[in-house]
Design a protein around this ligand. Structure first.
Ligand SMILES: [Ca+2]
Ligand SMILES: [Ca+2]
Length: 174
């Protein structure tokens, strides 16, 4: 069972993905999110982002009671399963890393990270402090290894103090 803290984390990212704010995730939310994200990027890679977001949607919809819409509880069901399938966490981390790494140089810069957060939140956000926490070795970029670690912590972990808790911003701590 997901803890209250894990629920809070998932609710934070859920509300970012629920672009029309109706409390349910649908395929259209993922398409809007991909469009919103692509629109702030220089790369002009909307098709690539859309494909990655569709992959996410497929994973969530496969575990939903209603294949057309996904609730917070459905997402938490997937989160519960993740602890048993670390390969799935690594695979989504890999796909997401590729999405965030706009210029494809194999590193996430602070600009690339900020663009992701702002696109997901739909508003300007100061990500300096959180980027510094995620850049565990302090070399100025988020490496693939760092990202995968934080991503796994975000979805499968239950530690409010872990840097990965802040991948999508700072959840409220109950
Ligand atoms: Ca990059
Ligand atoms: Ca780093």
């Amino acid at each position: 069972m997901a803890s209250t803290f894990q629920r809070g984390k998932v609710e934070l990212v859920f509300s970012a993905m629920d672009t029309d704010g109706d409390g349910l995730l649908r395929e259209s939310d993922f398409e809007s999110l991909a469009r919103r994200w692509a629109s702030v990027r220089a790369a002009g890679d909307e098709e690539r982002l859309t494909a990655i977001m569709h992959g996410w949607w497929g994973t969530l919809a496969a575990h939903s009671r209603d294949p057309e819409s996904v609730t917070v509880d459905d997402v938490l069901t997937v989160v519960d399963l993740l602890g048993q399938i670390p390969d799935a966490v690594t695979a989504t981390a890999e796909a997401m890393f590729e999405a965030v790494d706009e210029d494809g140089d194999g590193r996430i810069s602070s600009t690339e990270y900020q663009r992701m957060i702002e696109a997901w939140n739909g508003s300007p956000t100061d990500t300096t402090a959180v980027f510094a926490r995620l850049d565990a070795d302090g070399d100025g970029i988020i490496s693939r290894t760092e990202f995968t670690l934080h991503w796994s912590e975000f979805w499968a972990g239950d530690d409010p103090a872990a840097p990965g808790t802040h991948v999508f911003g700072t959840p409220s701590i109950p």
